[in-house]
Design a protein around this ligand. Sequence first.
Ligand code: PHB
Length: 390
Amino acid sequence: MTDTQVAIVGAGPAGLLLSHLLAMDGIESIVIDSRSRENIEDTVRAGILEHDTVKVLTETAASQRVLEDGIRHDGIELRFAGAGHRIDFAKLVGRGVWLYPQHEVLRDLIATRLAAGQALRFETSATGVDADADVVRVATVDQSGAPGAITAEFVVGADGSRSVVRAFVTGATDSGHFHEYPFAWFGILCEAPPSAPELIYSNSEHGFALISQRSATVQRMYLQCDPDLDPEAMSDAEVWEQFRLRVAPHDLVDGPIFQRDVLRFRSFVSSSLRRGRAALVGDAAHTVPPTGAKGLNLAVADVLVLAPALRALIANGDQALIDGYAEQALARVWKAQHFSWWMTQMLHRQDSADAFGHLRQLGELRSVVDSEAGQRYLAEAYTGWPMPGL
Ligand code: PHB
């Protein structure tokens, strides 16, 4: 007998959603996370949910709040050379996205799991995994420093970019395909009403800016910056000046800035997603830069491939789906890698580019906004390719 059927390392969107979907199929899991519940529920992350992510959350009753408190967006604005161009998702692909912050998704998932009696162990870290034999063993340590272990029939690494499970699956923590970018985002939260009805992605000679939102009274915005920028280096007035320069002549409503952070950019895909009775999902398997708003959505798509594969394996001893997991998940992962890289390189100021490089970039932006086919590719990728089983 094992402690549970599936040990899930990581209580982020991927780990919690997986435990929810498995429970709907009568499969038990234990979820552990090194962070505290408060830390998970309060950390500000991304904010855009694809059409099918919202469908999964609502149809499986993981979150109804997304429909009440989330805001549906049917387009974005691309700005460059001083003009804005709306990409009309609804008209182009008949789908939209929802602005609903990741930490709200996590609050909903944690509440749903706890209400169902789920074992969620916060402040408990995995220190090692052995999943080559029929019984999987996850070594753990809890907040008091006491060592422990969980035995299971399968272990899933949903433990983020510094995944411990990945070390077992690939034989190293850093084995995979990397792409580094010479810039980062300086993000702020401020008290102000929205400055525009939809998100603005702005390319400018002063660098990229993203005007996003959180609610009627709180806004989230980002400036392209040096990865080593000290988030406290600029005064509020200097921050607003940069935002204004980068979206001009569009005007912005400013307000008190109450949080600042720097997000480093990286693209990564793990060299393998599965070994024996272990598999990786979400950021443990891959990382994308935030420009395409794909991170959380890609984690959800992985889980929709893995959940039926685990059901077949655990309920029926059927290996076929789990053997196909990596290939099926990676097909979407690499499309999302391309889209995230493409948006990033198209929209950011590239300091290493010569005049040819800058003018070529404007040509690329024009190729998108002047063409319905170009706009449709962006709309299709941003709102999300259809997810498996939906
Ligand atoms: C956000 O609101 O945090 C956000 C929105 C869109 C992105 C990235 C981040 O592409």
